[in-house]
Design a protein around this ligand. Sequence first.
Ligand code: AMP
Ligand code: ZN
Length: 460
Amino acid sequence: MAPMLRLYNTLTREKAAFTPIDPGHVRVYACGPTVYDAAHIGNARPIIVFDLLFRLLRHLYGEAHVTYARNVTDVDDKINARAAERGITIRELTDGTLSLFHQDMRDLGVLMPEDVNVAGERPRFLEPRATDHIGEMVSLIEGLVAAGHAYVAEDHVLFDVPSMPDYGSLSKRPLDEMEAGARVEVAPYKRSPLDFVLWKPSKPGEPSWPSPSGIAAPGRPGWHIECSAMSWKHLGKTFDIHAGGIDLIFPHHENEVAQSRCCFGTPVMANVWMHNGFLQVEGEKMSKSLGNFVTIREVLNDWPGEVVRLAMLKTHYRQPIDWTVRGLEEASRTLDRWYGLVGDASPAHEPPAAVLDPLLDDLNTASALAELHRLDDPASLKAGAGLLGLLGQTKSGRERASVQASGIDVAAVERLIEERRAARAAKNWAASDQARDALSALGVAVKDNKDGTTTWSVIK
Ligand code: AMP
Ligand code: ZN
């Protein structure tokens, strides 16, 4: 039996023992990015946090027994507008932004489908795209209309919120508050201000697909229906964990719950709902107008992905995180120290309990990292860090990467080191100092080892 994992559940507002519906097949869905532009550093948070969840579940239940689906939203108003602006199709636009996103994820040490899927076996990591699931969305919508939970009006299909007595059970917002929020601009075809769009007509030039029955004109889906369709297709009508950023609880997740439960007549869509807190930059909300909007790529241009990953995991996932240069510097120093300690050691067979236990307590990464700091056995440190997706590089691989990133001319460095060695052998201290100065001007520090060898490293 797997050790007990406890997770905080937004649905119950409590931490409780996690019990999979089928321990032989644990199923997780996370709302992924809307790929209309390069992802920002806030978007990296759910990706890294739920990557850790996936790793932990794989550790507990076995690699073949966990399925993780993280969708890609590749159709929405912003995507349509940008593709039209550039005169390309939405597929052309989103293929481009999706491949940038994949590169970002790789550099952040996030497990990718190609790392975990095994040919001929059930996929373990899926990345479904909304536009590949329009057929499933249409059948869900038709099911909702047939069940009396949705209606057609002016070429739209709307979800009939008052038809669901416990609508709002995830976000736990009072009905009158939700109504007041929705009342700002009520479309004339809505029966209730809370009703939300499942399907809408496309304007000329916008992407469109054949509409659900009862609507002749082609149209396109509303936002929420895609996740009900993709989770159903890949994980089933009910699954274990649904994850995303805290901003998605209302309306996105509330509406996903309404769609899936009312279509399938199930008591829950997912048993556990996990939400990450928001990231802000140097104490302020990140926004284009404040000029502190940073893309993942911009951060990765200045810092190794592993430093970014560690800086992200230092804060518990449900807390807000303040993204600072200081935090990155600290993470960088920590990794230097740890790599110095582990050298080229192989990881222990099992991660130490001291590191695993806090992770089993609702992914308490802050305390797992504090435990890692206390370890001095290289094999345990490597295994414990591995569970968090850290310290995966070899010492020499890391040095090579740091030299590459620094753009240093290795041949010139080696020439100067040889000059210095010759000068020292000839007791020509002035020439030896000169060579050392030339090396530091190149950004390189030299170290004379006890065994007579000289090694060098890049000055940070
Ligand atoms: P989007 O591409 O805006 O749909 O967002 C993709 C994911 O990133 C969602 O799970 C959001 O909740 C999450 N997200 C967006 N902004 C932030 C932020 N500043 N901090 C943490 N998570 C965020
Ligand atoms: Zn979603």
